[in-house]
Design a protein around this ligand. Structure first.
Ligand code: SIN
Ligand code: CO
Length: 386
């Protein structure tokens, strides 16, 4: 199944212009329920896996919330109260191909911004309480109904419930109150207060975005620079000073110049670094290359057989043009130099998560394309169906 996010009452371009990063929007019947069908038991099974991040949130009433992290055991689910709890499993797209397929519905979002699909299961009254998130999210109602209360409030750290294991807002002035049915989607931009509670048994899929904060980006850039020889701050002694403790205006100006010299210009080094940085995997999702490597000859045979390839579920791609003559395909924190003659094929490889070799536009010299595909298969940024 290759779902699309269906824009009915609003076009995709109007959504991007008027709502994306700006305002919440409900898209009714936007995803076919068959595209978001995962059995609650299967989700509980994932929460028992040691390498999968999961949480169990119980609301005991009032300001009393508890949080437990997985992995869980089957008995943990038999001892739960009848209501007011939810199980949340992170990165389900990285583990189940049928869940990753939903990401095709969000192909208007840059690939490097797609973080994960989190899936929650809740019994009546269950939820994670009123809160804000730092990233855009599409909340897809997959099973049952969920009530969403939204707030126009602006919240800070001081608005959080003290001594609570979750980031829950103390007071939550409600400005919108709605119920999502299966197939409905709620888009939320960053920092909009939201509070979802299950109305009966319910499952919600959250397609979450990512993107570094300014300080995270700066810290990563500084770390990149730290591998090179750096200039040091000297002093600027005024010949007639006799005042060794004083920081002069020249000292201050030099320090600022030194700092400003660290900021990147728009040059090939920065462009390659940015593409690599934005596609870095989260810890635990590093892709190991295959050994022995894949050869271009294998590609020729596969092309004859009509082999199809797909993107590794942990891979996020960014295509950058470091300068007029070069192209780099970035993934997993690396920037791979690509022959610019292959741009049409590479653009399609980046757009499609799944393709057959004969779908790629053939460049004048297919051996170059086969060498690139062999490299991508060796790195396992692309994988075969088996
Ligand atoms: C959920 O409970 O599935 C959604 C969590 C959220 O509000 O971000
Ligand atoms: Co949230």
């Amino acid at each position: 199944m290759n779902p699309r996010l269906i824009f009915r009452d609003i076009s995709r371009s109007r959504f991007i212009a008027e709502y994306w990063h700006k305002r919440p929007l409900v898209l009714r019947q936007a995803i076919p329920p068959a595209a978001v069908a995962l059995a609650p038991d299967e989700l509980a099974g994932l929460a028992c896996e040691p390498d999968i991040e999961s949480r169990l949130v119980i609301h005991h009433g009032g300001t009393d919330w508890s949080l437990r992290h997985g992995p869980f055991e089957e008995q943990d689910f038999t001892r739960l109260p009848a209501r007011d709890w939810t199980l949340l499993v992170q990165d389900v797209d990285k583990h189940l191909a049928e869940v990753a397929a939903l990401l095709d519905a969000f192909d208007f979002v840059p690939d490097w911004r797609l973080d994960d699909i989190m899936i929650s299961y809740a019994v009546d009254g269950g939820g994670v309480g009123p809160h804000t998130d730092n990233y855009d999210v599409f909340l897809i109602q997959a099973l049952g109904r969920r009530r969403w209360r939204l707030s126009d409030g602006v919240f800070g750290e001081e608005d959080l419930l003290p001594n609570c294991p979750l980031r829950i807002l103390k007071d939550f002035p409600v400005d919108q109150d709605l119920v999502l049915e299966p197939g409905d989607v709620l888009y939320l931009p960053p920092r909009v207060g939201h509070w979802g509670t299950a109305v009966g048994e319910c499952m919600t899929w959250s397609v979450g975005m990512r993107g570094p904060s300014d300080l995270e980006l700066l810290a990563a850039w500084i770390e990149h620079l730290a591998h090179r020889e750096r200039p040091h701050l000297g002093d600027s002694i005024a010949p007639d000073s006799g005042d060794p403790a004083r920081l002069t205006t020249d000292d201050i100006a030099h320090a600022r110049e030194l700092l400003q010299g660290c900021l990147p210009g728009d040059n090939p080094d920065f462009r390659r670094w940015l593409g690599a940085h934005l596609t870095e995997p989260k810890p635990g999702f590093e892709i190991e290359p295959i050994d022995p490597p894949c050869s271009p000859e294998m590609l020729r045979a596969w092309r004859r057989e009509g082999q199809s390839l797909h993107r590794h579920p942990w891979a996020r791609f960014a295509l950058v043009q470091p300068d007029m003559e070069s192209l780099a395909l970035c993934c997993q924190g690396e920037a791979l130099t690509v022959d610019p003659a292959l741009e049409p094929a590479v653009t399609l490889i980046c757009r499609l998560r799944h393709f057959t070799l004969d779908q790629l536009p053939a460049p004048p010299d297919t051996t170059r394309l086969d060498s690139l595909l062999a490299e991508l298969l060796t790195r396992r940024w692309l994988v075969t169906d088996d």
